[in-house]
Design a protein around this ligand. Structure first.
Ligand code: EPS
Length: 402
């Protein structure tokens, strides 16, 4: 069983995560984890916070001499900004005078679209900060660290995960399914928005500029592509084992994601079956990957019946515009219940490219969990051997008969 929890406030001392279920014997590429954290921080439209932080995962348990032991893995990511928040976020009562920082007043004007109002109603909090600190997308840094470990496990069985930005506001590349894994993989790490088309990317940047100038925010859509996915992950037999359902939950849990699409996603509703279902054709030169057949299209996004079919897994996330507007929407002050503009917190204008990196991490976690369910293994050696044996059985079964 693979499971993890995250903890930590956006302006607290650090984010923490405990990940359990990674087999023993996986050599950890620490630099690759920090690279993923860095990727999450990039992107045109991010706010000033990202200039303060340089996220790094500090391992506290579960790894010895660079190799996993099978024990729970604890990672910590320090919040550099904590230094500026030590008074406002003091853990032990009121901070003594020598502690640096300012005592910020309580936040009392909920932002429409944020967890603020529903959160204080639910938890009875006197200050919206008690809610927003944990609702913040800062938490996703911890998920990216977990996802980066899950990716390293998946790489051992030949699965790689990439993403690309499809839409920002009205600027879109059109059909994301036309973007191959190789094309998405080739996008430069430091590209402004991680879009495959430079011209569309410029239009996306203009959309972000326009939103910034208007004191507004803008959302969009990203697609995650997992390549080299083993067939047979997930199951059709029970609702909570269907991999599309599990991916949906994982992606929907990312801050500001309002819809998830698998393969052709919501467009399937408007097309006839003959235009949607991916025909199954014999291979010219069998046996070959992944099931000895060729699929000329992949509208299913690599999932049929909640089971991976060996084609690329393709999942889209649709992100709403960030809820903190520099030109705030109408709200009420909960201390007086009179109309008042929503609170302004430092924030981003657009974080779709960061959400894409988080989306990759969540897909990696779900796929790693499903692969461990199917192949098992307390050590990496066992896991890989079981996976290889399974592939050999499939290869010998799906062969053209003489
Ligand atoms: C984020 C950190 C936050 C925001 C953003 C994402 O930092 P701060 O609140 O200190 O500026 O930049 O969070 C939100 C958009 C939000 O709604 O909370 C991060 O690390 O990704």
């Amino acid at each position: 069983m693979l499971r993890f929890l995250t903890a930590g406030e956006s302006h607290g001392p650090s984010l923490v995560t405990i990940l359990e279920g990674i087999p023993a014997g996986l050599t950890i590429d620490f630099a690759a984890i920090d690279r993923e954290l860095r990727r999450r921080q990039l992107g045109y439209g991010r706010g000033r916070r990202m200039a303060i932080e340089s996220d790094r995962a500090q391992f506290v348990s579960g790894v010895r001499h660079g190799v996993t032991t099978g024990a729970p893995i604890t990672m910590m990511i320090a919040n550099k900004d904590w230094e500026n928040w030590r008074r406002t976020m003091a853990i032990e009562g009121v901070a003594p005078p020598e502690v640096p920082g300012t005592d910020r007043p309580a936040v009392t004007r909920p932002r429409p679209g944020h967890a603020d109002l529903a959160g204080i109603a639910k938890y009875g909090s006197p200050d919206i900060r008690n809610i927003l600190e944990r609702a913040s997308a800062r938490e996703t840094a911890a998920r990216v660290a977990v996802g980066a470990v899950a990716r390293q496990l998946l790489l051992a069985v030949g699965t790689d995960i990439v993403s690309h930005v499809v839409t920002i506001g009205a600027a879109s590349i059109g059909d994301p399914l036309a973007v191959t894994y190789e094309r998405a993989r080739a996008i430069a790490e430091d590209s402004p928005l991680h879009c495959v088309d430079p011209e569309v990317e410029r239009a996306m940047m203009r959309a972000i500029d326009a939103a910034r100038e208007a004191g507004d925010t803008v959302g969009g859509c990203f697609e995650v592509i997992a390549h080299g996915v083993r067939p047979g992950l997930g199951s059709h037999v029970q609702w909570d084992r269907k991999l599309d359902g599990r991916l949906g939950q994982a992606l929907m849990s990312i801050q500001a994601i309002k819809a998830v699409g698998i393969g052709r996603g919501p467009e399937v509703a408007g097309l006839p079956g003959s235009k949607i279902h991916d025909e199954i054709l014999p291979l010219d030169a069998p046996p070959g990957p992944p099931l000895g057949v060729k699929r000329p299209t992949n509208n299913a996004g690599g999932l049929e019946g909640g089971i991976t079919n060996g084609e690329d897994l393709r999942v889209r996330g649709y992100m709403k515009p960030i809820a903190t507007l520099m030109k705030p929407l109408r709200s009420v002050d909960v201390t007086t219940m009179r109309e008042s503009p929503a609170a302004i917190e430092r924030s981003d204008v657009c974080a779709v490219s960061a959400a894409a990196v988080v989306g990759e991490a969540m897909v990696a976690i779900v796929l790693a969990e499903a692969a461990l369910e199917k192949f098992g293994g307390d050590s990496l050696e066992e896991f890989v051997a079981n996976c290889t044996a399974c592939q050999a059985r499939t290869d010998s079964r799906f062969r053209v008969k003489a």
